[in-house]
Design a protein around this ligand. Structure first.
Ligand SMILES: CC(C)(COP(=O)(O)OP(=O)(O)OC[C@H]1O[C@@H](n2cnc3c(N)ncnc32)[C@H](O)[C@@H]1OP(=O)(O)O)[C@@H](O)C(=O)NCCC(=O)NCCS
Length: 167
């Protein structure tokens, strides 16, 4: 049953998503904080909508009011009961709760999958917006997972692992 108060929803990726994905991935913030190719070409978007770039599961984040696609959220991998998630929201969809809503919905979705014990997001120590987003979705820092790095533009910086434990 859809939540009548929800502002955003998730849907499957379609081949017709290539246009807006291509436009969104020109954004400096998406290029700074994620592993999208740089420069981001039209062929990258076409390949992504065709096969999800190897991710385990990919959804489009859609604003309910106007059915406009505003972002992408993925389960990159499922290993030993841990769902590793990643996401970006396009410039035209930011600061209206899309990121928080998407992370919360994927958190609840993977909780229903068999043998999943927790969800994690690995976030650059310098990415304040993304850290606020997962905190709002109930994730907390897992200090036992220190180590690793994430992109911050052309640099690699320390990664912080945020985790949500089910059950
Ligand atoms: C991080 C990102 C997903 C946030 O999406 P969003 O839809 O704007 O987030 P929300 O509206 O749900 O806001 C969530 C929290 O982030 C904060 N936030 C959002 N953008 C921010 C910014 N530019 N600076 C500081 N805080 C920010 C919000 O204030 C809110 O926190 P609060 O409750 O403490 O106020 C989006 O900015 C983005 O896609 N950035 C580029 C790609 C990226 O960083 N992906 C994640 C890689 S780990």
């Amino acid at each position: 049953m859809p939540d009548p108060a929800a502002t955003h929803r998730l849907r499957d990726l379609r081949t017709t998503d290539a246009d807006w994905v291509f436009a969104a991935c020109q954004d400096a913030e998406i290029q700074r904080w994620t592993l999208v190719p740089r420069p981001y070409l039209r062929t990258h978007a076409e390949s992504f909508v065709a096969d999800g770039a190897g991710d385990h599961r990919v959804w489009v984040v859609e604003r309910i009011a106007d059915m406009r696609a505003v972002g992408v959220i993925s389960v990159h991998s499922m290993t030993d009961g841990v769902a590793d998630i990643g996401y970006w929201i396009a410039p035209w969809g930011r600061r209206e709760g899309a990121g928080t809503t998407a992370v919360t919905m994927v958190r609840d979705e993977v909780a229903s999958w068999s043998d999943v014990r927790s969800a994690i997001a690995r976030i650059a120590s310098t990415n304040v917006a993304s850290q606020s987003t997962v905190r709002r979705a109930g994730f907390t820092v897992d200090s036992s997972c220190a180590g690793g790095s994430c992109p911050d533009g052309d640099q690699q910086v320390d990664a912080v692992t945020f985790r949500y434990v089910f059950g």
